[in-house]
Design a protein around this ligand. Structure first.
Ligand SMILES: NC(=O)c1ccc[n+]([C@@H]2O[C@H](COP(=O)([O-])OP(=O)(O)OC[C@H]3O[C@@H](n4cnc5c(N)ncnc54)[C@H](O)[C@@H]3O)[C@@H](O)[C@H]2O)c1
Length: 322
């Protein structure tokens, strides 16, 4: 694997600047390209702002922080960086053109990852002539300097070494890389968010709820759990000792009720088995009771943190204190 000393950032807005901050905090130098006037100043401001919570999160300043320098062209970025993260606007033609320039100029062992929220990696590889298989999606979450998830998605042209090396790089900067098995528009997490988001828009459109009510419906309830475990394991606990099998048995008929505008899949035995096997694997050796305790202990502490900021569910603790 090529040693990554210099990270190339193409596009230095919200996401690009945050990637830069994370890389610099982990001791890597950053080279950045962005055609907008004033991009460097805005980027330095973003990085300074991101630095404060990073220091808090990691319990102090890094031993050695990386430096930041700008370049004038994507070709120069390609020639000088060891790993390139592209964060230009979500426009397929613009990204294709930018990625093709970087691909044409970078050495063969340089990986080029795109932060795209939903464009498929095969579409991003389409105009890259030199080494399209080193162009992948590395999709992060805002704020990138704090949230560790990065979805790693290979396109039709794949190289397992590229995926392995990108995964190793992301781990080095304290990310949690999640390999996406099959490219699909929106990857995994944005598809989940998008389903929620579209339903939320339907509810506003139909006069069912205001944006505040929708946010309260998440922040005071299921949102608190989500930081601890995702929907699958949460629903496994919702089935009590019977786990997800009982839960699917109990709520299976509801999949046919109009609880959402999204069409639910047919609840076949195969689907039940796949869900059950997956959740039981997530559960591992732990009993439902142990997981409930873990969930509850974490929920208490998360709410105490929210109370410190007098925000969302934390306000109920403060109100009780008077
Ligand atoms: N904002 C989010 O929550 C989020 C989360 C994950 C992924 N993403 C993805 O990250 C990417 C960037 O999003 P953002 O929110 O940072 O957008 P942004 O608008 O904040 O930043 C985009 C930057 O790209 C620059 N740019 C324009 N043309 C360019 C070019 N030809 N070459 C290089 N840079 C160029 C712009 O000047 C701007 O600074 C998008 O693909 C988006 O889907 C966004």
């Amino acid at each position: 694997m090529r040693m990554v000393n210099t990270v190339g950032i193409a596009g230095t807005g919200v996401i690009g600047s945050a990637w830069a901050a994370r890389a610099m905090f982990h001791g890597m130098d950053v080279l950045a390209f962005d055609p907008a006037p004033g991009a460097e100043e805005a980027m330095r401001e973003h990085i300074a702002k991101a630095w404060v919570p990073m220091v808090k999160l990691h319990g102090g300043e890094p031993e050695k922080a990386g430096t930041l320098a700008m370049v004038d062209t994507p070709e120069e970025l390609g020639q000088r960086a060891d790993f390139i993260q592209e964060n230009a606007p979500e426009n397929v033609e613009l990204k294709q053109k930018l990625l093709a320039s970087v691909d044409a100029s970078a050495e063969d062992d340089v990986i080029i990852a795109s932060s795209t929220s939903g464009i498929m990696p095969s579409d991003l590889q389409a105009k890259c002539e030199r080494r399209p298989e080193r162009v992948i999606v590395g999709h992060p979450f805002n704020p990138v300097y704090l949230l560790p998830l990065v979805e790693v998605v290979p396109g039709a042209k794949q190289d397992e070494q590229v995926i392995a090396d990108a995964t190793a790089f992301y781990k080095k900067i304290s990310m949690h890389p999640l390999r996406v098995r099959k490219e699909v528009p929106g990857h995994i997490s944005d598809r989940l968010q998008e389903a929620y988001w579209r339903e939320a828009l339907h509810m506003v459109n139909d006069g069912v709820a205001t944006p505040q009510e929708l946010d309260d419906a998440i922040s005071y309830g299921p949102g608190l759990r989500l930081a601890i475990m995702g929907t699958c394991l949460t629903f496994h606990l919702a089935g009590g000792d019977g786990g997800i099998r009982h839960m699917l048995d109990h709520f299976g008929p509801a999949l046919k009720w109009p609880w959402t505008k999204l069409e639910a899949p047919e609840l076949t035995q195969e689907l039940i088995d796949r869900m059950s096997d997956g959740c039981e694997e997530q559960q591992g050796d732990r009993s439902i009771r142990e997981l409930e305790n873990l969930r509850d202990n974490c929920l208490v502490e998360i709410m105490q943190v929210l109370a410190k900021y007098d925000w969302a569910a934390g306000q109920v603790l403060n109100a009780r204190k008077g």
